[in-house]
Design a protein around this ligand. Structure first.
Ligand code: F6P
Length: 523
């Protein structure tokens, strides 16, 4: 069954939210915390090793209740059931959306086109495990009998961003293999990577669901030609493997069918790191860590599927985002992890979020009269405090921000970690509570510089009342990373349901590709 088709702005909850929004015009986070010492506990949720504190949002209990009412009115529960059971919710491409099945340990039958997909998922996982073990242990040999030292993932978009982000994030858990990612059609990108490689000891993983993507095929051919300057056509099988649905094209490229890992139409590119698209992750950190990543995501899936909306972390995050996007008219959101390991989280989420929910036609085929997909951007703390945070604190725009933190650091440098986390908390406090005229006045007075009080005072005031979420984990592990990624995947889903759009197609990327091809053919 398809998703229901409900314009959120026609619901009773939306109408109530509109008048509630006017009531909230004088809402102050400072006052809210002063008058309610329990606010932090009241607006916090816990699950497994994750704690979400959403108390520093411009909401009161009524806001949360009305947003939850909105979720019920657009039939979110029904949509969640359809999402997990393989209904054709990607209607425009006539596909189910089942990346959640890839990490599920359930033995229950799950049918796609009347076929139970569980056995093929298990088979693919066994193949990933066996292959990863062979390469990592050195049993897999290159064409001159040497062990593999380097792995190169050739792919773009969903066939690059997820694995690249995770490999970077799990560096601490990494083995001896050096992993590289080639994505851009810019020949300088591939040339810089090739420069570092020895063809005798390098394994290339070509990842492309379609195996027709211009960037990936061009890069793969350039690399193959470079490889053939030392190895022969017969050696390709030892150095090139592929992850794809297009078996014919892979065969034409010369890859041994034994070395092809499957992809399925019911997994969207941007949600595919849980499939063999994640092969470079498994090669880089070993299959057991890869499995833990999947386990973490499965835990989040269960939490999302089973918790009531008011206790549901992805649902609450999605609804808060809708509150700012559709009522406060916030244009963007910041993703701010306080760990250097998550440097690539923002670019990864940019594809996941903006390719999914950047839509302006609803599930009726009509143009939408309200705002949909948010613009997301971000970088890691504390570096970004010295870059763009000025605008977030004192600029004219409202930018709701997710602060992602970890209670423990991986190498245990306590002094560093205490400072890091002090900054993490300080930023959210500064955004929420600001610094009033009176405080600035006193500060300048006590500094003894009376002459500057009037000239500097307005510039030193922080109005505060700027929203943030504190997303806090115990530690960055494969499992907690899985939870984090799945949390954002479900947030995307909920927002797409509320906005009455199709989140799982991406026709918007096609026109540019077509025009580029035409221009190329003209030359
Ligand atoms: O740019 C659009 C897109 O289709 C993405 O959705 C996808 O992740 C990427 O291109 C790569 O596609 P493929 O895996 O087929 O090469």
């Amino acid at each position: 069954m398809p998703l229901q088709n409900i314009n959120p702005t026609t619901t009773k909850a939306w109408e109530k939210l509109e008048s509630h929004f006017s009531e909230m015009s004088s809402f102050s986070l400072k006052t809210a915390f002063k008058t309610n010492p329990e606010r932090k506990e009241k607006f916090s949720l816990g699950f497994n090793d994750l704690h979400l504190d959403f108390s520093k949002n411009k909401v009161n209990q009524k806001t949360v209740d009305l947003l939850v009412e909105l979720a019920h009115e657009v039939e979110l529960k029904d949509a969640i059931n359809k999402y997990f059971t393989g209904d054709i919710i990607n209607e425009t491409e006539d596909r189910a959306v089942l990346h959640t099945a890839l990490r599920s340990s359930s033995e229950d039958e799950l049918l796609v086109d009347n076929k139970n997909i569980r056995p093929e998922i298990k088979k693919a996982l066994r193949k990933i495990r066996a292959f990863s073990n062979k390469v990592i242990s050195g049993d897999w040999k290159g064409y001159t009998g040497k062990k593999i030292t380097d792995v190169v993932n050739i792919g773009i978009g969903g066939s690059d961003l997820g694995p690249d982000m995770v490999v970077e994030a799990l560096q601490f858990y990494k083995n001896h293999l050096t992993t590289h990612f080639v994505s851009n059609i810019d020949g300088d990108h591939v040339s810089e990577i090739i420069k570092k490689l020895n063809p005798e000891t390098t394994l290339f993983v070509i990842v492309s669901k379609t195996f027709t993507t211009q960037e990936t095929i061009t890069n793969a051919n350039t690399i193959k030609n470079w490889f053939l300057t030392s190895g022969s056509q017969f050696d390709i099988a030892k150095h090139f493997v592929a992850v794809s649905t297009n078996l014919e094209a892979i065969d034409a490229f010369g890859i041994d069918p034994k070395n092809v890992f499957p992809m399925w139409n019911w997994v969207g590119g941007r949600f595919s790191l849980w499939s063999a698209v994640g092969l470079s992750i498994s090669l880089s950190v070993g299959f057991d860590n890869y499995r833990s990543l999947l386990d973490g995501a499965e835990k989040m899936d269960i939490h999302f599927k089973e918790s009531s909306f008011d206790q549901n972390i992805p649902v609450i995050l999605a609804l808060l985002s809708i509150w700012y996007n559709n009522f406060y008219k916030a244009e963007s959101e910041a993703i701010l992890p306080y760990t250097q390991y998550l440097t690539k989280l923002a670019p990864y989420l940019q594809q996941a979020i903006m390719e999914s929910n950047g839509k302006s036609v609803d599930r009726n085929g009509d143009e939408i009269g309200y705002q949909t997909g948010t613009i997301v951007w971000g970088s890691t703390g504390t570096n970004m405090q010295h870059a763009f945070m000025q605008l977030v604190h004192q600029g004219t725009k409202l930018i709701p921000s997710d602060f992602i933190g970890y209670k423990t650091s991986l190498y245990g440098l306590t002094d560093h970690h205490q400072k890091l986390m002090a900054n993490y908390n300080a930023q959210m406090d500064a955004l929420a509570f600001g610094k009033s005229k009176e405080e600035v006045h006193l500060e300048l007075k006590f500094s003894g510089d009376n002459s500057t009080i009037h000239s500097l005072l307005p510039y030193k005031v922080f109005e505060g009342n700027r929203p943030s979420n504190a997303i806090l984990f115990e530690k960055l592990t494969p499992e907690s990373l899985g939870e984090l990624i799945a949390m954002y995947e479900h947030k995307i889903f909920v927002q797409g349901v509320v906005w009455n759009i199709f989140s799982y197609d991406q026709f918007g990327v096609e026109l540019g590709k077509e025009l580029a091809k035409k221009l190329l053919n003209k030359e």
